[in-house]
Design a binder for this molecule. Structure first.
Ligand code: GCO
Length: 442
């Protein structure tokens, strides 16, 4: 078959996150996280669900590693739940929590799958939230201690580390708009959160380096921003949103400064930007789709309005399928950031609701088409001259999709949430074929 071809050495993998798959929310000494709290509040999650059981990966991880082995995946990106490692977010380590990841990492290495560990994929210990959370600078300092504990235990085998997943989503959705945990609606007053997450990245980066980490990068969500018209108002709104969504996180990490539009709102102390901009081994890019932006009417509290980009088909989640935007985003990073380290696509994927048919087959052709087109976009970006080293499909398993609950299915593997039975979809077989084709000579 005509499969996308990626260069030799390119890593094809999959990606997950602790709260979305693990379940076992109070097992073996784990403390509550802000997502446990948030999901328990009425009305927060679309289908009224939570992550207490999720895919029960905490108990079924051997089965999930076997799936990765079957897939032939070169890499697996997972996240470590901070409240398993430090139930209260500081102080002594809960050995049982780190033991879980220690076994997982061993099994991945044994299966020939390179472990990529994310330290924070949003499940902040509730105790730290109660002490101020990300609006408090202190949380970034606590994060460094936690990073040190993780690298001390796992650093000999983890191939790549990601300190913070998508600081822009945590800032804007978690603290600006309140759609995600901790559900704060601070509006523009959420901006200090962005700096503290960037600082957490910098502090963890130093701790990981000190602990002998083999490679450290990011998992930053970026979107090409398109003004809905050429009018000055729309272009100004697009520029502001671009600063908030993309440059507030990319600029300090890759240039050591904040965009002028926002710099005054950020509580930067001496030395912070140097720590945040310390060199990286790779720049992880999470890509969904481009974002269209219009000016808001005069006097609105937020001066821009988000619109859907038009002219694309959409997934079952209603998200535009825009592989050209991935190639464009890779080009934007290269233009904006001289000295950009190699890029790894740390997340890209789509939600389609397809379940098993009468024969138990999950025929998710639209996901195959999506992945095919996005992998070709990566190959095209490499032809354009970009240095892209890997692609991690979101996600290995159907899982808890945050405020949507279990309504959106992003997995290569179907999960029956009543029985927890895993069924590889046709896209899983297809992705395995892509891995084999890529590994084959010629
Ligand atoms: C993240 C993500 C994942 C999502 C995926 C689909 O890192 O953004 O939010 O956790 O589940 O991107 O939305």
């Amino acid at each position: 078959a005509d499969l996308p071809r990626l260069p030799a050495g390119f890593v094809l993998g999959t990606s997950t996150a602790s709260y979305q798959i693990e379940g076992a929310w109070d097992a073996d000494g784990k403390g509550p996280s802000v997502w446990d709290t948030f999901a328990a509040e009425p009305g927060r999650i679309g289908d009224g669900s939570d992550g207490r059981v999720a895919c029960d990966h905490y108990h079924r991880w051997t089965e999930d590693v076997a799936l990765l082995r079957e897939l032939g995946a070169g890499g697996y990106r997972f996240s470590i739940a901070w409240p398993r490692v430090q139930p209260g977010g500081s102080g002594p380590v809960n050995a049982a929590g780190l033991d879980f990841y220690d076994r997982l990492v061993d099994a991945l290495v044994e299966a020939g799958v390179a472990p990529m560990a994310t330290l924070f994929h949003w499940d902040l210990p509730q105790t730290l939230q109660d002490a101020g959370g990300w609006p408090s600078r202190e949380t970034a300092e606590r994060f460094a201690d936690y990073a040190a504990a993780c690298v001390e235990r796992l650093g000999d085998r983890v191939a790549q580390w990601v300190p913070v997943n998508e600081p822009n989503v945590v800032t804007l959705l978690g603290h600006g708009l309140g759609w995600h945990a901790p559900g704060l609606e601070l509006g523009f007053d959420a901006l200090p959160v962005a700096h503290h997450l960037n600082l957490a990245h910098g502090r963890a980066l130093a701790a990981l380096r000190a602990g002998g980490a083999r490679a450290v990068g990011t998992a930053s969500n970026h979107a090409p921003v398109r003004a809905v018209s050429e009018s000055e108002a729309d272009r100004g709104a697009a520029e502001l949103f671009d600063a908030l969504w993309n440059r507030l996180f990319g600029d300090p990490v890759l240039l050591g400064r904040y965009p002028d539009l926002l710099a005054d709102a950020l509580p930067v102390a001496d030395g912070d930007l140097e720590a945040i901009a310390a060199p990286l081994d790779f720049y992880g890019l999470n890509y969904c789709n481009p974002q269209a932006v219009a000016a808001a009417p005069e006097g609105a509290a937020i001066p821009f309005e988000l619109r859907e980009v038009t002219g694309y088909p959409t997934t079952d989640f209603g998200w535009p399928v825009a592989p050209d935007g991935l190639r464009e985003q890779i080009a934007i990073l290269g233009e904006r950031y001289p000295g950009l380290p190699p890029i790894v696509i740390t997340e890209n994927g789509c939600s389609y609701g397809t379940g098993p048919d009468a024969d138990g087959v999950v025929d998710d052709q639209p996901r195959i088409d999506y992945l095919d087109a996005h992998l070709r976009a990566v190959a095209a970006a490499i032809d354009d001259g970009a240095d892209v080293r890997g692609y991690y499909c979101w996600s290995l398993l159907d899982n808890f999709e945050w405020a949507e609950g279990y309504a959106q299915r992003f997995g290569l593997v179907h999960v029956d949430y009543d029985t927890l039975v895993r069924t590889p979809k046709r896209s899983f077989r297809w992705y395995a074929d892509v891995v084999r084709a890529q590994a084959a000579p010629g």
